[in-house]
Write a protein that binds this ligand. Structure first.
Ligand code: IVH
Length: 686
């Protein structure tokens, strides 16, 4: 072994060990999972060059970390292993191939089915039940010996104290005397519990956790079990360890085993694949990667396992990981990098947001150079300073954010220099203020502030608003600088001649932009209202408001009490909308814009209190003739029919209402009187 390579290996191993300690022992990882996986991959490839066997490398890496001395030791009946990782479908195919090759080579009679589940980003725990009663709970530790956390799991969600067999199981499952059943799984903080818990910690000035996994690990390994019990942890089962003296066919394959676990009180993973083929597994991986954000727990991949336990046993394990399972790692959502600078951005309502300028880092294949620090308080709480190493998160479509500072001893930051939010707006130099009870500092210059004006334009042209393709931030800045636009309606008066004079504009690109501006003239009232950029009016709110209008102009003089009747809109929105339309400048702008745009034809016909609703009349109406009542329904956007069915929204009952009223009650259709029907029409804004 050359001495330089030897030295390189020694350093790499010690780096890996340091990170293992930070992750497993202190629950304070110093690098992202992705970066850790890279170090491991580097060690494997270095060892290959050095002719060090794979199993020696695996031994060096170990599984987890030695238990902490303060806890009692629990020896595992069989090692609690780690999993090998793959990062692409090609690598996953190699895993499938290894399995089929193994079957062929050994002349086995198996056609392998696979199960797939999400890989929970939590803490591995084993629960041992003797005669169906919970006896011990242990962490993984170094895989052979873990920490005794029996008291700590006692009040945990998803940990039954006694396994109660139900109905048919009583006949099929037998627990013999001193039977042992070991359930393995993951202790996690559900995302919603984590958010609530961290808020609570903040209120009580207690330690904040960077992510649900760290919170779960930190909460679980508490010497004072009452602390663990006070935290909302959940145990999710994903497999069995020792089975002794328990007889049942259930324990012949993974999926039925999970179903058994669920039936005796454990929580198991959903959605999952039960006994699928490689194609099903890949479809599942794609699906999970799409819905990752909406899952209730944080995950870091998908675990693929052989369904059949006999085949699992035949394949066996290495010292580190089973050969019958593999983890398909999804790209990490966080990365660690350095803060080069902290800037302040001014939003369209003047909010000043501190933004970290970062040493560019890739997260899930996207280069990230900026991340939000949200506001002054968040920045302080996280203690972020220029020169710090920070963990940055980018998930789905959300703006990347700094989630924590890494406490590294070699941090370049000057610990005494805290970033101060500017007292004057960095864009217009005007005054800023932070009102009592608000987290944001704000520039008070409104549209006179160039940054606010620019952001208002960016919003106006955006996809969900006027959707003007090809009019990006850079171009907006240029148009404002050249004084070609100052108010939104100026956009509709731009011409090719003006555009051609701009940087990087030719006749063709000028014409394309004009065409796209023209296309945006056809829009809907809701998109237009949203585009105006009224505070607190998102697209959905704009839709609710427009649904209640006959003509857009009604908004100009809509009394507050009528606004208050609109579904889904509360006092904050009401005062924001009414203040907007109280200002002469805004009224004039809206008027000028209405002259430039066209609403798609049928949009207002579908408005009205009964829009999209189906109504049935029964019995004799007191004041209205049946035909007039039906006409009123249509005028207010609804439809009527003669029989009550699943699609009926209201059943209006008059005198001597008969079977239709009874069917409505039975089908839980809302039954209203003629007076209530009339009141609904009256209350509607018209
Ligand atoms: S099966 C031999 N299934 O990931 C281990 N593990 O990185 C077989 N994990 O130690 C475990 N979700 O603690 C399995 N659905 C899942 C899992 C899962 C998370 C953990 C487990 C394991 C670690 C390996």
């Amino acid at each position: 072994m050359s001495s330089t390579l030897k030295k390189k290996r020694k350093d790499l191993v010690s780096t890996i060990k340091r990170h293992q300690e930070a992750y497993y022992l202190s629950d304070q990882p110093k690098i992202s999972d992705e970066a850790y996986d890279q170090l491991v991959a580097e060690l494997f490839s270095l060892d290959q060059k050095l002719n060090i066997s794979r199993s020696s490398t695996e031994k060096t890496l170990g599984v987890g970390h030695k238990k902490r001395d303060e806890f009692l030791a629990v020896e595992h009946s069989s090692p609690m292993l780690s999993l090998d990782n793959v990062f692409s479908f090609d690598e996953l195919d190699l895993f499938f191939k290894k399995v089929t090759d193994f079957i062929k080579k050994n002349g086995l009679d198996f056609s392998p089915d696979y199960s797939a589940e999400i890989k929970l980003d939590g803490v591995a725990v084993s629960l041992t039940y003797v005669n169906g009663e919970l006896k011990t709970a242990a962490t993984r530790g170094d895989g052979l010996v873990g920490e005794d956390i029996t008291d700590n799991v006692m009040s945990m969600i998803g940990v039954p104290h006694v396994l109660h067999l139900k109905g048919k199981q009583r006949r099929t499952v037998k627990f013999f005397d001193n039977s042992v059943l070991e359930i393995r799984g993951e202790v996690v903080f559900l995302k919603k519990d984590f958010e609530r818990f961290n808020k609570y910690q903040e209120k009580s000035s207690e330690k904040l956790f960077a992510n649900p996994r760290n919170a779960a690990a930190g909460s679980l390994r508490q010497l004072d079990a009452s602390i663990t019990m006070s935290r909302p942890l959940t145990f999710i089962a994903h497999g069995v360890g020792e089975i002794n003296g328990v007889v049942d066919d259930t324990f012949k394959n993974h999926s039925s085993c999970l179903e058994f676990m669920e039936s005796v009180g454990f929580k198991i993973i959903r959605p999952r694949v039960k006994g699928g083929q490689p194609g099903d597994i890949k479809t599942y991986v794609n699906k999970i990667s799409d819905i990752r954000e909406s899952l209730p727990v944080e995950i870091d991949g998908v675990v693929v396992k052989i369904e059949n336990y006999e085949l699992q046993h035949k394949l066996g394990s290495t010292v580190r990981a089973p050969r019958f399972a593999i983890a398909y790692k999804l790209p990490s959502e966080t990365a660690i990098t350095e803060v080069l600078d902290i800037d302040v951005q001014v939003g369209r309502f003047g909010t000043l947001t501190p933004v970290a300028r970062l040493k560019t880092v890739s997260i899930g294949g996207v280069n990230i150079a900026n991340a939000t620090l949200h506001n002054e308080d968040e920045l302080r709480k996280k203690g972020v300073k220029i020169g710090d190493e920070v963990e940055v998160r980018r998930a789905g479509d959300v703006i990347p954010e700094v989630i924590r500072t890494i406490n590294t001893s070699n941090s370049k930051s000057n610990k005494n220099v805290f970033f101060e939010m500017p007292k004057f707006c960095p864009s217009c130099g005007g005054k800023t203020e932070r009102l009592e009870g608000e987290v944001a500092r704000r520039c008070v210059s409104g549209k006179k502030c160039p940054a606010q004006l620019e952001q208002a334009f960016v919003h106006f042209v955006s996809k969900k608003a006027m959707n003007i393709d090809g009019l990006g931030t850079k171009l907006i800045q240029q148009l404002i600088r050249e004084k070609l636009v100052n108010s939104f309606d100026d956009i509709y008066r731009l011409n090719c001649f003006q555009l051609e004079k701009l940087d990087k504009f030719g006749t063709k690109s000028a014409q394309n932009l004009i065409d796209s501006i023209d296309r945006s003239r056809d829009t809907t009232p809701a998109k237009f209202l949203y585009a105006l950029g009224i505070r607190h009016v998102g697209l959905q709110t704009a839709k609710s408001i427009c649904d209640a209008l006959n003509r857009f102009e009604e908004l100009f003089s809509l009394p507050l009490e009528k606004l208050a009747l609109i579904n889904d809109i509360g006092p904050v929105v009401i005062s924001s909308v009414s203040n907007f339309f109280k200002t002469r400048e805004n009224l004039d702008l809206t008027d000028r814009l209405l002259n430039e745009i066209n609403f798609k034809k049928e949009v207002f016909n579908k408005r009205g209190v009964f829009a999209g609703k189906n109504i049935v009349f029964t019995g004799t109406l007191k004041t209205l003739k049946r035909t007039l009542a039906q006409e009123l329904v249509q005028k207010n956007g609804g439809t009527f029919s003669g029989t009550v069915n699943k699609k009926t929204d209201f059943c209006v009952v008059g005198e001597k209402a008969g079977s239709k009223a009874r069917s409505a009650l039975k089908m839980k259709v809302k039954v209203i009187t003629e007076n209530e029907f009339l009141a609904m029409i009256d209350q509607n804004i018209r």
